[in-house]
Ligand binder design. Sequence first.
Ligand code: TNX
Length: 499
Amino acid sequence: METNIYSKTLIPKPVSVVFSDGSFHLEPETTIAVEPGNPEVFAIGQYLADTLTLLTGFKMKVVEKSLSPAQKQITMEIINDYPDLDRESYNLSVTPLGILLKASQPAGLFWGVQTLRQLLPPAIELEEIQRSSWEIAAVEIRDKPRFPFRGMMLDVSRHFFNPAVIKRLIDLIAYYKLNVLHLGLTNDQGWRLMIESWPNLALIGGRTQVGGGDGGYYTQEDYREMVAYAQSRYITIIPEINVPGHTNAALTAYPELNCDGIAPNPFTDTGIHTSSLCVNKELTTTFLEDVIRELAGLTPGPFIHTGGDEAEATSEEDYRKFMKQVQEIVAKHGKRMIGWDEIATSDLRPTTVVQFWRPGQMRLNLVPGVKVIFSPAWRIYLDMKYNPETPLGLDWAGSVSVRDAYDWDPVGELEGVEEEDMLGLEAPLWTETVETLDEIEFMTFPRLIGIGEISWSPRAGRDWEDYCSRLAAHAPRLEAMKVNYYRSPLVPWEKEDDD
Ligand code: TNX
């Protein structure tokens, strides 16, 4: 087999890749050596060992690194003497004698492991033992992310997806070094998280979904488990409860939150509705306090998303007052608030984050300090059709081809917003038309892979043709992982039979 090829097809593309001679062979006796006394690093070593053991049939062992490293080891090291390494960066060195992965924090080691997976043949991702020569061409890689925030959003309100689907998605997005999964937990069509102090939100508000199906909700135990799983993949889950609009499901459960006190019918269609919490009622404040307190308790990460989009039934004055209050409550619980770009007209705290999404809204007047997450619908909305023939999806922001999602840069798109104002990018998948894991994968892959590269890799040198050939080379990987990706005709995929 020709060597060196896999280091040429890495996605996202590392900052620097230098090829050298020879290759490292994974053998049954290869061990993974880690820092002594660091359980987090041990867990990453075990994650790599489990992946490799499963696939090669070799029983990979994780051992404590000794002062005189044995040959033929994969070594993981935390180094404190590299001040230029940010918490997610890593250096990976492959020589015929061994593999050395170094980072200043465990997160960097974890991303380095993803690179290592991509340096092995695609069959490494198959779920059964392969007979093969596991060879990695010698290479030196230095790598660090461009943006600290690289995300995907899944709307679990319009259609509900169980924790197993979420875990699968976590594993897939980690492979491309995304580190945020934002869950849209509430909307008109469903409330999907048990709030113990307001149980009917989930019990009644979670009963149905778009199309009238059964819906569902996460218990707090389910939710904690998903958060912990995400943490083990260095992914932050951001919960969104959307207020004050898009609240029909909550109002069916607690009609007293409605100004007229009458329970509306559940929504199972997809139109834009004008439901709203009654923002001036005292009970609404109690509701917010309780929900945000419980959410903060379930959230180890720094962010809570409170929606705020399309609040058409709320006057401008009430909206501003309400947003001030929501920001105060979120801050009281030690979290930073994220809201859709409609919140930018309110008085924002410098810690608040604005998620930009709307076409025609090309200027945001931001208070100094306020950061932006970039999610322009016409580039990044995973629920937009790839082209007019795509059987799923919407098209209000146009079609978003695999090229549209990759061949652009966030800097320069939005007047007055520079690179240092951006936390990063996030690609939302709204699920009005998406009902199954297969459909999630079809809309997400391969567009999200391109978003991953824009978020991680340096802007300099980005090139569609180059990306496209690397993406084509990922087809066997995606197939080995059984991802139902869209074979866009823009990409020179290998023929299906040859894969
Ligand atoms: C607009 S994007 C919405 C969502 C819809 C989506 C469909 C945003 C903040 N609001 O409620 O699901 O368009 O593409």
